[in-house]
Unconditional design. Structure first.
Length: 97
């Protein structure tokens, strides 16, 4: 039983690592598609997103973002970030994950 649990935990860990790596690649592509400027830091693990005077720290691997100077406004996901930045009239998930 312990072997089964360890195998499951290993599989879940591997899937999580793959998902975060994929997000680190695809999220900057989404920002570029919507012409949102950003700076890469720590090999792309941390992005500083700038738009219309707003500055947001974004970690694409996990999807977490925190707006600077906005009382700690935070969220998860690149599309929710775009919505917060008021990018486009109908920002929605286009299947990029």
């Amino acid at each position: 039983m312990a072997d089964d649990f360890n195998a499951l935990r290993s599989t879940l860990r591997d899937e999580s690592m793959q998902k975060r790596a994929h997000n680190r690649e695809s999220s900057p592509q989404v920002l570029e598609r919507y012409k949102v400027g950003y700076e890469r830091h720590n090999g792309g693990a941390h992005l500083i997103v700038r738009r219309g005077g707003m500055v947001v720290d974004f970690w694409p691997g996990t999807g977490k973002w925190i707006a600077r100077g906005e009382g700690g406004t935070a969220g998860r996901g690149v599309f929710k970030l775009l919505s917060y930045l008021k990018v486009g009239a109908n920002v929605h998930n286009t299947g990029v994950r």
